[in-house]
Design a protein around this ligand. Structure first.
Ligand code: ADP
Ligand code: MG
Length: 201
C-alpha cells in the first residue's frame, strides 16, 4: 500500500478568487499545513471542461440538489424546487457561466489526508454558513438565497475534491501525468519520518 503522504487532491482557485487577489492567501493555507504543491497552472476553462468536471461523479447531481434543499429547510424556508436533480441541472448551467468567466488556477496538493484536510481548511459550500477560520468562511459572504435570487452559482472562491475517489477522477481531468511533478521537500522528513534520531549532532 502507498504511504498516506502520497495522497493527492485537486484545488481550483475559481475566477472570483483571482479577481479578489486571494491567490497567495489561499495557497498559503494549504502550504503552511505541510501539504506539497505538485502541479499548478492558470487557464480559462471551457464550458465543456466544467460540465465534464462536475459530472465525473455520478452521484454529484443528487448530492448537490439535496444539500441545497436541506439548507433552505434548515432555515425554515422553501427551496426553489423540491427535486434535487432539477436543482442540480440549474447549478450545472450556472457553474458553466461562473467558472468560464475568467482565469482559474488549478493545483494538485499532496500529503497525508490531503483530500480531507483541504476540505476542512476550505470550509462548507455556502460561505454564509462555512465555519469561522475556513477560507470560505473568512474571505467571502455568498449564500444560497443570494445566488438563487440572482440566478447564478454560489461564489465561494475554491473548488476542492470531495473524496479520494473524486480526486482520482478530477486530477487527470485537469492535468496530464507529465504536468504532475514528483520531488522531495526537506520538511517532509519532520512531518513523516518515523526515525528522528538524526536531529541532534
Ligand atoms: P463543493 O464545491 O463544496 O464541493 P458542490 O460540489 O456541492 O460543492 O457544488 C459545486 C459548486 O457549485 C459549489 O462550490 C458552488 O459554487 C456551486 N453550487 C452548489 N450548490 C449550488 C446552488 N444550490 N446554487 C448555486 N450554486 C451552487
Ligand atoms: Mg464538490
Amino acid at each position: 500500500m502507498a504511504h498516506p503522504k502520497t495522497e493527492q487532491t485537486l484545488v481550483i482557485v475559481k475566477p472570483d478568487g483571482i479577481q479578489r487577489a486571494l491567490i497567495g492567501e489561499i495557497m498559503k493555507r494549504y502550504e503552511r499545513l505541510g501539504l506539497k504543491l505538485v502541479a499548478l497552472k492558470m487557464l480559462v476553462p471551457t464550458e465543456a471542461m466544467i460540465e465534464q468536471h462536475y459530472l465525473l461523479d455520478p452521484d454529484w447531481k443528487k448530492n448537490v440538489g439535496e444539500k441545497a434543499i436541506a439548507s433552505y429547510e434548515k432555515k425554515g424556508e422553501t427551496p426553489p424546487s423540491k427535486d434535487p436533480i432539477a436543482v442540480a441541472d440549474l447549478v450545472v448551467a450556472r457553474l458553466k457561466k461562473y467558472m468560464t468567466s475568467g482565469p482559474v488556477i488549478a493545483m494538485v496538493w499532496e500529503g497525508a489526508h490531503a483530500v480531507e484536510l483541504v476540505r476542512k481548511i476550505t470550509g462548507g459550500t455556502e460561505p454564509r454558513s462555512a465555519g469561522v477560520g475556513t477560507i470560505r468562511g473568512d474571505f467571502v459572504l455568498d449564500s444560497y438565497q443570494m445566488a438563487d435570487g440572482d440566478e447564478r452559482a454560489i461564489r465561494n472562491l475554491i473548488h476542492a475534491s470531495g473524496s479520494v475517489p473524486e480526486a482520482r477522477k478530477e486530477i487527470p481531468h485537469w492535468f496530464s501525468p507529465a504536468e504532475i511533478t514528483s520531488y522531495r521537500a526537506p520538511h517532509e522528513a519532520t512531518l513523516y519520518d518515523a526515525d528522528i534520531s538524526s536531529i541532534l549532532a
